[in-house]
Every structure is written in C-alpha cells, then in structure tokens.
Design a binder for this molecule. Structure first.
Ligand SMILES: [Ca+2]
Ligand SMILES: [Ca+2]
Length: 140
C-alpha cells in the first residue's frame, strides 16, 4: 500500500512549523522524498496541513500524517481516503473521506478536531476535504 508521509517541523523554535517534509512510501519502504515537481503539486496541501498544527519541535519526526487512498474495486477512483495523524507509530487521531456510491465524489467526511483548536466542527471537515482533494492531485 502506498502512502504519503507528511512531517511538519518547527526548526526555528518559534512555536509554529516552518518546514514541511513529504516522503512517499510503498509498504513501509521509502520510495523517495518529494522532488521539485512534487513540491509544486503539494504547495496548497502544505498550507492546509500547517493549519492542522500537528508539528514537531526542531527536527523531530514523531508527529506526522500518513495519508492514503483505498480503491478495492480497482476502478481508478478511490472509495476512500484516510488520514492517520501519528505520534510515532501510534495513531493519535484519524479522519477519512468516503465515496459511498463510487461516482468519484467523496460525499462523506469523517473527522474529529483535526486542526487542534479544541473544537470539532465544519472547519475541521473542510480542512479534511481540502487535504483529500489536493492529495488526489498528486502524481505517483
Ligand atoms: Ca460519491
Ligand atoms: Ca477544530
């Protein structure tokens, strides 16, 4: 299974992330770190991810996102996209988008407080929607 691992780091020590790293994995084997073309595709994704405030101090990598799509029918459009917000190997919280009728539109968004502002609301769901849409634009 392929997934994109996203790591935000506060290298400057200013209390907010200033660095984003993107690592492309297949079955827990690192394929490559994002290259220039990937970084262009991931620019908007990165801005949305920074709003989730899930980052590490310094060059830490414990906190990260693993995002992946599932397409069991193998018809080319994903039945679901899952977001696992990790603290090390442990999943701290999750979100998901599902295409229940397999028409290519992801109509069900499941999320908790993905942006860590203490409230679970529409803003969280809109952040998940944005992350999923941008993730699906990335060429592998
Ligand atoms: Ca649908
Ligand atoms: Ca929230």
């Amino acid at each position: 299974m392929r997934y994109l691992k996203v790591i935000a780091q506060d290298r400057g020590g200013r209390g907010e992330a200033d660095t984003l790293r993107y690592l492309f994995y297949e079955d827990d084997r690192l394929l490559h770190e994002a290259m220039a073309a990937d970084l262009r595709q991931l620019k908007v994704f990165g801005k949305t991810y920074l709003k989730c405030a899930w980052f590490n101090a310094g060059q830490g990598e414990e906190r990260h996102l693993r995002i992946f799509s599932l397409n069991p029918s193998a018809d080319g459009t994903p039945e679901s996209v899952r977001l696992h917000f990790h603290e090390g190997e442990v999943i701290a919280y999750k979100a998901a988008a599902h295409d229940l009728d397999n028409d290519g539109g992801l109509e069900v968004i499941l999320s908790s407080d993905v942006d860590n502002d203490g409230r679970s609301n529409r803003t969280d769901r809109s952040r998940v929607t944005a992350l999923v849409k941008q993730f699906l634009k990335v060429d592998w």
